[in-house]
Design a protein around this ligand. Sequence first.
Ligand SMILES: [Zn+2]
Length: 226
Amino acid sequence: MHYMLKKRIISLIFPTRCPVCSEVIFPHEDFCGKCRGEITPYTSKNSISGADSFTAAFEYNGKISPAIILLKQGVKGNAVYALGKALAKSLENNGISQKIDVIIPVPLYKSDKRQRGFNQAELIAKEVGRQLKIDVSADTVEKIRKTKAQKTLTQKERKVNLKNAFEVKFPEKIKGKRVLLIDDVCTTGSTLSNISRILRNSDAAEIHCAVCCKTPSIKKEVDVND
Ligand SMILES: [Zn+2]
């Protein structure tokens, strides 16, 4: 069934809600008008070591955080749709979406994914892929060991923490391809940088990184992993 038709039918029983303030909105809407006016679009410039570009939809702050919390809780609300739509739009606006062959979400370690029941980066990747009509490959990169939360570590410890944490399982799927690596939130950029490097080693032609939210560069205490 067509995605929007399905969304409209579901909304008759479970009204679509703004993922920030839970106000009832139309099924095709992402946020309510009030919240849309208050969330901060990402306008800073940032780069990820080893990647060709970096895109973020929003600045991570207290206004957008309820939507990220809903996303991480896997609540079947409007968070995936709203955040995915915003990121797809940002990627269209900066001209990246037109030059991507495959989307890869930042993977979770197997037992973490089992425990949570889903990978939030994969949910966003699939929504962005659906909106931009780009294939998503969730099994190409695997997280092969558990790591500590990056925000708790020093810069040196972060490097050691991520060393050999990710592996390209199917190099043939990215060889010569322009890859878009997607995560929900980016704080230090070390995870994206680490995966970008292994994608490059597997002969990806281009590596572009995109996240729903980027935390401000000035270190702040935020409720995210890395
Ligand atoms: Zn709202």
